[in-house]
Design a protein around this ligand. Structure first.
Ligand code: SAH
Length: 351
C-alpha cells in the first residue's frame, strides 16, 4: 500500500519552516530537524532527541524518511568495495568505494539504470527505471563513508558521479544532492573534491555554467570524430562534437573550470595515431585535459582492451602535442566494480 506520508527529505529548509509555522511550532525547530536529516543522517524521527515529543509525533504523522540501505557488499582483491543499495521501493543501485594511498573515493550512481545505451557500458544495457532522489544520492555517500571508516579508518576524500546513470539527465536532484554534500548545513565537503561525469548533454553543460557549478566536470568523449562517436554513443546524434565544444567553452567562460575528457582506449577502434591526432585537435578547441581509461570487459565481444604498446604510443603522441594526458587503470575488476561494469549483476541481490 502506498503511504500518503510525504518523504521529508524532498522538503527544503524553507518548506520545513512553513510546516513548523502551520503547526504553531517555533521556526528554529525546522533547522534542528534539517540538521538531523542532512548532517546526522538519522533514519527515524525518534533519534531526533532534542525535539519535544509533540513535534516528533506530529512529524511522524505527516512524514516519512526513506533511506537506502546496503543490501550486499563485495570486496575486491585490491580493497575496492562494491555495494548494492536497496531503495525504499525495493530497487537496486550500485556504488563503489575505491581506496588508494592518497584517496578514499566514492563512486556513486545518479539513476537506477540508464537511458543512453552506450555500447561499451554494462549499465547501458539496463533500462532506465527512475531517477534517484537527492536524498538517495546523499545516502550512498553516507554509507560509503561508513565503509571507509570501518574498513580503512579514513573518511571519504573524493566523490565521483560515475556510477550508474547519466547525472545531467537528473540535473535537479543531482545538484540538490551536491548542495547537501557541500553545504555547511549538510556534510561540508569541498565541491573541488567532487567530479561529475557526463556522456555529454550540451544543454545541461551550459546550465552548469549558468548555475556557476563548482564541481569538476568530466566528459566521456571516447572518440573525437562524430562518425565513430555516434557508433558507440547514440547520444552523440543530438549532442555532436561541435555542439559539445561550444557548450564546454560557454561553461568555461562562466566557471573557469577545465574539463577532463575521458577516453576509453579500445583495440583497433580508437587507438591509432590518427585517432590521437583527432583527439589532440579536439582538445585544442576547449580548455581541457585527458584521462585515458583502459577498457573493462562487459561480457561481450564487441570491444577489447588496447595493447600496452599502442596505449603508450597514443599517449606519447598526445604529450608531443602538449596535451595533458594520464592513463587511468581501473580498480575492482574482479568483482565487476570498475567503470562501465555496474549492472546489478549480483544475483543474490536481484533474487
Ligand atoms: N553517464 C556518465 C557517468 C557514468 S560512466 C558518463 O557517461 O560519463 C563513468 C565512466 O565510465 C565514463 O567515462 C564511461 O565512459 C566509463 N565507462 C563506461 N563503460 C566502460 C567500460 N566498459 N570500460 C571502461 N570505462 C567505461
Amino acid at each position: 500500500m502506498k503511504s500518503d506520508k510525504i518523504d521529508i527529505r524532498t522538503l527544503d529548509l524553507e518548506q520545513l519552516q512553513v510546516h513548523m509555522d502551520q503547526y504553531g511550532w517555533p521556526k528554529f525547530r525546522a533547522k534542528q530537524v534539517y540538521h538531523w536529516l542532512w548532517k546526522k543522517h538519522v533514519r527515524t524521527f525518534s533519534e531526533m532527541n532534542n525535539l519535544p515529543a509533540a513535534i516528533l509525533s506530529g512529524l511522524e504523522n505527516d512524514f516519512e524518511i526513506l533511506p537506502i540501505s546496503v543490501k550486499d557488499e563485495q570486496i575486491s582483491n585490491d580493497g575496492t568495495i562494491k555495494s548494492a543499495f536497496e531503495t525504499a521501493d525495493k530497487r537496486v543501485v550500485e556504488g563503489v568505494l575505491i581506496p588508494t594511498e592518497k584517496r578514499m573515493t566514492a563512486c556513486i550512481s545518479s539513476q537506477i539504470g540508464c537511458s543512453l545505451s552506450c555500447s561499451f557500458c554494462a549499465t547501458g544495457k539496463l533500462k532506465l527505471m527512475r531517477n534517484l532522489k537527492a536524498s538517495e544520492i546523499v545516502d550512498q555517500v553516507v554509507e560509503i563513508n561508513n565503509q571507509a571508516m570501518s574498513n580503512y579508518n579514513k573518511s571519504l576524500s573524493n566523490i565521483v558521479l560515475m556510477g550508474m546513470g547519466e547525472p545531467l539527465l537528473n540535473y535537479r536532484e543531482v545538484m540538490k544532492g551536491v548542495e547537501m554534500i557541500t553545504s555547511e548545513d549538510g556534510m561540508g565537503m569541498s565541491p573541488k573534491r567532487i567530479t561529475l561525469s557526463t556522456a555529454g548533454i550540451s544543454k545541461m553543460i551550459r546550465k552548469m555554467g549558468d548555475d556557476e557549478s563548482r564541481v569538476n566536470l568530466a566528459l566521456s568523449l571516447h572518440a573525437a570524430n562524430d562518425k565513430k562517436r555516434s557508433e558507440i554513443m547514440p547520444i552523440n546524434d543530438q549532442n555532436n562534437l561541435k555542439e559539445l565544444a561550444e557548450a564546454l567553452n560557454y561553461y568555461y567562460s562562466k566557471t573557469k573550470q577545465v574539463v577532463t575528457f575521458e577516453y576509453i582506449i579500445f583495440k583497433d577502434f580508437n587507438d591509432s595515431l590518427e585517432d590521437a591526432r583527432e583527439l589532440a585537435r579536439f582538445c585544442k578547441k576547449v580548455p581541457s585535459k585527458v584521462n585515458i581509461i583502459e577498457y573493462n570487459s562487459t561480457d561481450d565481444e564487441l570491444f577489447a582492451k588496447s595493447p600496452e604498446e599502442r596505449v603508450d604510443a597514443f599517449v606519447d603522441f598526445l604529450a608531443k602535442q602538449k596535451i595533458v594526458a594520464k592513463v587511468r587503470r581501473s580498480r575492482g575488476k574482479d568483482i565487476d566494480a570498475a567503470c562501465g561494469q555496474l549492472a546489478n549483476k549480483n544475483k543474490a541481490v536481484l533474487k
